[in-house]
Design a protein around this ligand. Structure first.
Ligand SMILES: C[S@@+](CC[C@H](N)C(=O)[O-])C[C@H]1O[C@@H](n2cnc3c(N)ncnc32)[C@H](O)[C@@H]1O
Ligand code: SF4
Ligand code: SF4
Length: 332
Protein backbone atom coordinates (compact mmCIF):
# COMPACT_ATOMS: atom_id res chain seq x y z
CA UNK A 1 0.00 0.00 0.00
CA UNK A 2 1.43 3.38 -0.89
CA UNK A 3 1.08 6.59 1.07
CA UNK A 4 -1.66 8.99 0.06
CA UNK A 5 -3.15 12.15 1.60
CA UNK A 6 -5.87 10.99 3.97
CA UNK A 7 -7.99 14.16 3.93
CA UNK A 8 -10.43 13.27 1.12
CA UNK A 9 -11.20 10.00 2.89
CA UNK A 10 -11.15 11.03 6.54
CA UNK A 11 -11.57 14.80 7.05
CA UNK A 12 -13.95 17.65 6.59
CA UNK A 13 -13.68 21.39 6.90
CA UNK A 14 -16.97 23.16 7.65
CA UNK A 15 -17.51 26.72 6.47
CA UNK A 16 -20.21 29.10 7.73
CA UNK A 17 -21.75 29.06 4.25
CA UNK A 18 -22.60 25.43 4.94
CA UNK A 19 -20.08 24.19 2.36
CA UNK A 20 -18.13 21.05 3.24
CA UNK A 21 -14.53 20.72 2.02
CA UNK A 22 -12.17 17.85 2.71
CA UNK A 23 -9.35 20.14 3.85
CA UNK A 24 -8.57 23.86 3.76
CA UNK A 25 -10.90 25.38 1.14
CA UNK A 26 -8.01 27.42 -0.31
CA UNK A 27 -5.92 24.31 -0.85
CA UNK A 28 -8.63 22.69 -2.99
CA UNK A 29 -9.56 25.93 -4.71
CA UNK A 30 -13.02 25.81 -3.10
CA UNK A 31 -13.89 22.35 -4.40
CA UNK A 32 -16.94 21.75 -2.21
CA UNK A 33 -18.37 18.28 -1.62
CA UNK A 34 -21.77 19.91 -1.04
CA UNK A 35 -23.77 22.24 1.20
CA UNK A 36 -25.41 21.15 4.45
CA UNK A 37 -28.31 23.55 3.89
CA UNK A 38 -29.16 21.81 0.63
CA UNK A 39 -28.36 18.13 1.19
CA UNK A 40 -28.04 15.64 4.02
CA UNK A 41 -24.52 14.97 5.27
CA UNK A 42 -24.61 11.42 3.91
CA UNK A 43 -25.54 12.70 0.46
CA UNK A 44 -22.60 15.11 0.58
CA UNK A 45 -19.92 12.87 2.02
CA UNK A 46 -20.51 10.04 -0.41
CA UNK A 47 -22.13 12.06 -3.18
CA UNK A 48 -20.98 12.50 -6.77
CA UNK A 49 -18.69 15.48 -6.03
CA UNK A 50 -16.89 13.66 -3.22
CA UNK A 51 -16.55 10.56 -5.37
CA UNK A 52 -15.16 12.56 -8.30
CA UNK A 53 -12.54 14.13 -6.01
CA UNK A 54 -11.54 10.73 -4.65
CA UNK A 55 -11.63 9.12 -8.12
CA UNK A 56 -9.04 11.57 -9.44
CA UNK A 57 -7.04 11.25 -6.26
CA UNK A 58 -6.86 7.46 -6.50
CA UNK A 59 -5.61 7.84 -10.09
CA UNK A 60 -2.93 10.19 -8.66
CA UNK A 61 -4.44 13.05 -10.57
CA UNK A 62 -4.26 15.95 -8.13
CA UNK A 63 -6.00 18.49 -10.34
CA UNK A 64 -8.22 19.68 -7.47
CA UNK A 65 -5.30 20.19 -5.07
CA UNK A 66 -2.87 23.07 -4.74
CA UNK A 67 0.06 20.86 -3.87
CA UNK A 68 2.46 23.81 -3.80
CA UNK A 69 0.73 25.33 -0.77
CA UNK A 70 -1.17 22.53 0.96
CA UNK A 71 -0.20 20.48 3.94
CA UNK A 72 -0.93 16.98 2.67
CA UNK A 73 -1.33 14.40 5.45
CA UNK A 74 0.30 11.36 3.90
CA UNK A 75 -0.63 8.00 5.31
CA UNK A 76 -0.93 4.41 4.20
CA UNK A 77 -4.65 4.01 3.70
CA UNK A 78 -6.90 1.89 1.50
CA UNK A 79 -8.57 4.55 -0.63
CA UNK A 80 -12.06 4.03 -2.06
CA UNK A 81 -14.70 6.18 -3.74
CA UNK A 82 -16.99 6.05 -0.71
CA UNK A 83 -15.82 6.48 2.86
CA UNK A 84 -17.07 5.96 6.42
CA UNK A 85 -17.88 9.12 8.43
CA UNK A 86 -14.84 11.42 8.74
CA UNK A 87 -12.54 11.04 11.73
CA UNK A 88 -11.48 14.67 11.74
CA UNK A 89 -13.74 17.73 11.64
CA UNK A 90 -12.45 21.24 11.32
CA UNK A 91 -14.51 24.34 12.08
CA UNK A 92 -12.54 27.26 10.78
CA UNK A 93 -14.76 30.11 9.75
CA UNK A 94 -15.41 32.09 12.93
CA UNK A 95 -13.55 35.40 12.59
CA UNK A 96 -14.45 36.87 16.00
CA UNK A 97 -11.34 38.09 17.75
CA UNK A 98 -10.44 39.95 20.92
CA UNK A 99 -7.30 41.58 19.48
CA UNK A 100 -5.92 42.89 16.20
CA UNK A 101 -2.61 41.55 14.98
CA UNK A 102 -1.26 44.08 12.52
CA UNK A 103 -0.47 41.42 9.89
CA UNK A 104 -3.81 39.61 10.14
CA UNK A 105 -6.69 42.03 9.87
CA UNK A 106 -7.93 45.56 9.42
CA UNK A 107 -10.06 47.48 11.90
CA UNK A 108 -13.41 45.87 12.75
CA UNK A 109 -16.06 46.07 10.07
CA UNK A 110 -19.56 46.08 11.59
CA UNK A 111 -21.29 45.11 8.34
CA UNK A 112 -19.04 42.11 7.83
CA UNK A 113 -19.56 41.06 11.46
CA UNK A 114 -23.35 41.22 11.08
CA UNK A 115 -23.14 39.24 7.85
CA UNK A 116 -21.06 36.53 9.51
CA UNK A 117 -23.29 36.48 12.59
CA UNK A 118 -26.30 35.62 10.43
CA UNK A 119 -24.41 32.72 8.88
CA UNK A 120 -23.34 31.48 12.31
CA UNK A 121 -26.96 31.58 13.53
CA UNK A 122 -27.92 29.32 10.65
CA UNK A 123 -25.15 26.89 11.60
CA UNK A 124 -26.32 26.92 15.23
CA UNK A 125 -29.95 26.24 14.23
CA UNK A 126 -28.94 23.29 12.06
CA UNK A 127 -26.02 22.01 14.12
CA UNK A 128 -27.65 19.09 15.95
CA UNK A 129 -29.58 17.90 12.88
CA UNK A 130 -26.54 17.88 10.62
CA UNK A 131 -23.63 17.09 12.86
CA UNK A 132 -24.88 14.75 15.61
CA UNK A 133 -24.20 11.50 13.71
CA UNK A 134 -20.93 12.88 12.30
CA UNK A 135 -19.58 14.00 15.67
CA UNK A 136 -20.62 10.72 17.31
CA UNK A 137 -18.30 8.94 14.87
CA UNK A 138 -15.50 11.48 14.83
CA UNK A 139 -12.27 11.29 16.83
CA UNK A 140 -10.88 14.77 16.54
CA UNK A 141 -12.22 18.30 16.17
CA UNK A 142 -10.02 21.22 15.25
CA UNK A 143 -10.89 24.87 15.79
CA UNK A 144 -10.48 27.79 15.12
CA UNK A 145 -7.94 28.88 12.54
CA UNK A 146 -9.93 31.93 11.40
CA UNK A 147 -10.40 33.89 14.64
CA UNK A 148 -10.24 33.49 18.38
CA UNK A 149 -12.14 30.55 19.86
CA UNK A 150 -12.18 31.81 23.44
CA UNK A 151 -13.47 35.26 22.42
CA UNK A 152 -16.41 33.90 20.47
CA UNK A 153 -19.75 32.93 21.99
CA UNK A 154 -20.56 31.00 18.84
CA UNK A 155 -17.43 28.83 18.88
CA UNK A 156 -17.64 28.25 22.64
CA UNK A 157 -21.22 27.09 22.13
CA UNK A 158 -20.06 24.72 19.39
CA UNK A 159 -17.46 23.24 21.76
CA UNK A 160 -20.18 22.62 24.38
CA UNK A 161 -22.48 21.00 21.82
CA UNK A 162 -19.66 18.75 20.56
CA UNK A 163 -18.76 17.55 24.06
CA UNK A 164 -22.44 16.87 24.75
CA UNK A 165 -22.75 14.75 21.64
CA UNK A 166 -19.45 12.89 22.03
CA UNK A 167 -17.72 13.12 25.41
CA UNK A 168 -14.81 11.02 24.06
CA UNK A 169 -13.88 13.52 21.39
CA UNK A 170 -10.42 15.12 21.32
CA UNK A 171 -9.74 18.73 20.38
CA UNK A 172 -7.02 20.60 18.58
CA UNK A 173 -7.14 24.31 19.32
CA UNK A 174 -5.32 27.23 17.75
CA UNK A 175 -5.50 30.41 19.80
CA UNK A 176 -3.77 33.66 20.65
CA UNK A 177 -3.58 32.27 24.19
CA UNK A 178 -4.88 35.35 26.02
CA UNK A 179 -8.06 33.71 27.33
CA UNK A 180 -6.76 30.12 27.21
CA UNK A 181 -6.54 29.91 31.00
CA UNK A 182 -6.67 26.91 33.29
CA UNK A 183 -10.02 28.12 34.71
CA UNK A 184 -11.77 28.44 31.34
CA UNK A 185 -10.22 25.27 29.92
CA UNK A 186 -11.43 23.26 32.90
CA UNK A 187 -14.82 24.98 33.05
CA UNK A 188 -15.78 24.11 29.48
CA UNK A 189 -14.50 20.55 29.78
CA UNK A 190 -11.62 21.04 27.38
CA UNK A 191 -8.77 20.09 29.69
CA UNK A 192 -9.41 16.34 29.58
CA UNK A 193 -10.11 16.43 25.86
CA UNK A 194 -7.25 18.55 24.62
CA UNK A 195 -4.90 16.78 22.24
CA UNK A 196 -3.16 19.71 20.61
CA UNK A 197 -2.75 23.39 21.50
CA UNK A 198 -1.20 25.91 19.15
CA UNK A 199 -0.58 29.33 20.65
CA UNK A 200 0.40 32.29 18.51
CA UNK A 201 2.71 34.68 20.35
CA UNK A 202 5.16 36.10 17.78
CA UNK A 203 7.62 37.59 20.25
CA UNK A 204 9.98 36.82 23.09
CA UNK A 205 9.59 40.27 24.66
CA UNK A 206 6.46 42.09 25.78
CA UNK A 207 7.46 45.31 24.03
CA UNK A 208 7.74 43.57 20.67
CA UNK A 209 4.52 41.63 21.24
CA UNK A 210 2.67 44.89 21.89
CA UNK A 211 3.83 46.28 18.54
CA UNK A 212 2.29 43.31 16.74
CA UNK A 213 -0.79 42.45 18.79
CA UNK A 214 -3.05 45.41 19.48
CA UNK A 215 -5.06 45.00 22.71
CA UNK A 216 -3.08 41.86 23.52
CA UNK A 217 -1.92 40.70 26.94
CA UNK A 218 1.58 39.21 26.90
CA UNK A 219 1.65 38.33 30.60
CA UNK A 220 -1.63 36.41 30.35
CA UNK A 221 -0.38 34.50 27.30
CA UNK A 222 2.84 33.47 29.04
CA UNK A 223 0.93 32.41 32.14
CA UNK A 224 -1.42 30.29 30.01
CA UNK A 225 1.44 28.75 28.04
CA UNK A 226 2.99 27.69 31.35
CA UNK A 227 -0.28 25.97 32.27
CA UNK A 228 -0.37 24.18 28.89
CA UNK A 229 3.28 23.26 29.32
CA UNK A 230 2.39 21.54 32.61
CA UNK A 231 -0.37 19.60 30.82
CA UNK A 232 2.15 18.55 28.18
CA UNK A 233 4.76 17.54 30.76
CA UNK A 234 2.28 15.36 32.66
CA UNK A 235 1.14 13.66 29.45
CA UNK A 236 -2.32 15.24 29.24
CA UNK A 237 -1.50 17.15 26.06
CA UNK A 238 0.17 15.55 23.03
CA UNK A 239 1.21 18.61 21.12
CA UNK A 240 2.11 22.12 22.24
CA UNK A 241 3.18 24.49 19.49
CA UNK A 242 4.06 28.16 19.77
CA UNK A 243 3.58 30.13 16.58
CA UNK A 244 5.71 33.03 15.45
CA UNK A 245 4.89 34.91 12.26
CA UNK A 246 8.23 36.31 11.15
CA UNK A 247 8.18 40.02 10.32
CA UNK A 248 10.67 42.89 10.33
CA UNK A 249 9.44 43.77 13.83
CA UNK A 250 10.17 40.50 15.60
CA UNK A 251 12.74 38.52 13.56
CA UNK A 252 15.61 39.41 15.88
CA UNK A 253 13.79 37.54 18.68
CA UNK A 254 13.48 34.25 16.81
CA UNK A 255 16.33 32.62 18.70
CA UNK A 256 15.05 33.64 22.14
CA UNK A 257 11.59 32.48 21.16
CA UNK A 258 12.99 29.08 20.17
CA UNK A 259 14.72 28.82 23.55
CA UNK A 260 11.48 29.72 25.36
CA UNK A 261 9.57 27.06 23.42
CA UNK A 262 12.24 24.50 24.32
CA UNK A 263 11.90 25.42 28.00
CA UNK A 264 8.14 24.92 27.76
CA UNK A 265 8.53 21.51 26.10
CA UNK A 266 6.89 23.00 23.02
CA UNK A 267 7.75 23.33 19.34
CA UNK A 268 8.49 26.82 18.07
CA UNK A 269 6.80 27.17 14.72
CA UNK A 270 8.18 29.92 12.49
CA UNK A 271 5.89 30.98 9.65
CA UNK A 272 6.63 33.46 6.94
CA UNK A 273 4.46 36.56 6.83
CA UNK A 274 2.00 36.34 3.95
CA UNK A 275 -0.06 39.17 2.63
CA UNK A 276 -3.47 39.14 4.24
CA UNK A 277 -4.18 42.85 4.33
CA UNK A 278 -4.16 44.37 0.88
CA UNK A 279 -1.43 46.95 1.35
CA UNK A 280 1.89 47.21 -0.49
CA UNK A 281 3.10 49.58 2.19
CA UNK A 282 2.46 47.08 5.00
CA UNK A 283 3.98 44.24 3.02
CA UNK A 284 7.13 46.18 2.18
CA UNK A 285 7.46 47.15 5.82
CA UNK A 286 6.79 43.74 7.40
CA UNK A 287 8.00 41.19 4.88
CA UNK A 288 11.60 40.72 5.86
CA UNK A 289 11.88 37.73 3.48
CA UNK A 290 11.91 40.15 0.54
CA UNK A 291 15.44 40.48 -0.80
CA UNK A 292 14.91 44.23 -1.06
CA UNK A 293 14.16 44.48 2.70
CA UNK A 294 16.99 45.97 4.74
CA UNK A 295 16.63 43.21 7.36
CA UNK A 296 16.90 40.38 4.81
CA UNK A 297 20.62 39.61 5.20
CA UNK A 298 20.32 39.61 8.97
CA UNK A 299 17.39 37.21 8.78
CA UNK A 300 19.38 34.83 6.56
CA UNK A 301 22.20 34.94 9.12
CA UNK A 302 19.84 34.34 12.05
CA UNK A 303 18.32 31.33 10.33
CA UNK A 304 21.78 29.71 10.14
CA UNK A 305 21.80 29.31 13.92
CA UNK A 306 21.89 25.58 14.81
CA UNK A 307 18.88 25.96 17.14
CA UNK A 308 16.62 26.15 14.07
CA UNK A 309 17.68 22.62 13.13
CA UNK A 310 16.73 21.21 16.52
CA UNK A 311 13.55 19.23 17.13
CA UNK A 312 12.11 22.08 19.18
CA UNK A 313 11.93 24.23 16.04
CA UNK A 314 9.95 24.04 12.89
CA UNK A 315 10.79 26.56 10.22
CA UNK A 316 8.41 26.56 7.28
CA UNK A 317 9.77 26.01 3.78
CA UNK A 318 9.27 29.57 2.63
CA UNK A 319 11.61 30.72 5.36
CA UNK A 320 14.10 27.90 5.00
CA UNK A 321 14.45 28.57 1.29
CA UNK A 322 13.49 32.23 1.52
CA UNK A 323 11.28 31.74 -1.49
CA UNK A 324 8.96 34.49 -2.62
CA UNK A 325 5.57 34.27 -0.91
CA UNK A 326 2.73 32.73 -2.87
CA UNK A 327 0.71 35.92 -2.77
CA UNK A 328 -2.65 35.11 -4.29
CA UNK A 329 -3.28 32.35 -1.75
CA UNK A 330 -4.67 34.62 0.93
CA UNK A 331 -5.92 37.43 -1.30
CA UNK A 332 -9.64 36.86 -0.91
C1 LIG B 1 -5.74 33.66 11.84
S1 LIG B 1 -5.05 32.96 13.28
C2 LIG B 1 -6.46 32.31 14.12
C3 LIG B 1 -6.14 31.60 15.41
C4 LIG B 1 -5.76 32.47 16.57
N1 LIG B 1 -6.48 33.65 16.67
C5 LIG B 1 -4.27 32.72 16.54
O1 LIG B 1 -3.85 33.85 16.46
O2 LIG B 1 -3.54 31.73 16.64
C6 LIG B 1 -4.27 31.49 12.68
C7 LIG B 1 -2.78 31.63 12.45
O3 LIG B 1 -2.57 32.49 11.32
C8 LIG B 1 -1.46 33.28 11.59
N2 LIG B 1 -1.47 34.48 10.75
C9 LIG B 1 -2.30 35.52 10.84
N3 LIG B 1 -1.98 36.46 9.93
C10 LIG B 1 -0.91 35.99 9.25
C11 LIG B 1 -0.10 36.49 8.19
N4 LIG B 1 -0.34 37.67 7.63
N5 LIG B 1 0.93 35.74 7.77
C12 LIG B 1 1.20 34.54 8.33
N6 LIG B 1 0.46 34.00 9.31
C13 LIG B 1 -0.58 34.71 9.77
C14 LIG B 1 -1.63 33.58 13.06
O4 LIG B 1 -0.48 34.06 13.64
C15 LIG B 1 -2.03 32.24 13.60
O5 LIG B 1 -0.89 31.49 13.93
S1 SF4 C 1 -3.27 16.82 -1.15
FE1 SF4 C 1 -3.46 18.84 -0.20
S2 SF4 C 1 -5.18 19.88 -1.17
FE2 SF4 C 1 -5.30 17.68 -1.67
S3 SF4 C 1 -6.65 16.84 -0.11
FE3 SF4 C 1 -4.58 16.60 0.66
S4 SF4 C 1 -4.19 18.44 1.86
FE4 SF4 C 1 -6.00 18.84 0.63
S1 SF4 D 1 -3.83 36.23 14.21
FE1 SF4 D 1 -5.37 35.38 15.54
S2 SF4 D 1 -5.30 36.72 17.32
FE2 SF4 D 1 -4.31 37.81 15.70
S3 SF4 D 1 -5.93 39.05 14.80
FE3 SF4 D 1 -5.77 37.17 13.60
S4 SF4 D 1 -7.31 35.87 14.49
FE4 SF4 D 1 -6.92 37.49 15.96
Amino acid sequence: MSKICKHPFQSIQVQNTGEIYCCCCFWTDFYSFGNIFEKSFDEIWNGEKAKEFRRQFIKKNYKYCKLDVCDAALEEIEPSLTAPYPKRIEFSYDRHCNVRCIFCRNEKNKEEEEFNRNKEKRIEENFDRVFTPVIKNAEFVELNSAGELFASKHSMEIVKKIININPNIKFGVISNGILFSKEITQKIGLEDRLSSAIISIHAAKEKTYNKLVEKGNFKAVIENVKYLSELKKCGKLNNLQLNFVVTSINYKEMKDFAKFAKEMGATAFFINYHRQIDSDELENKLDVTLKSHRGYNKLVKILKDPIFKEDCCFVNDYLKDLKPVYKSFFDW
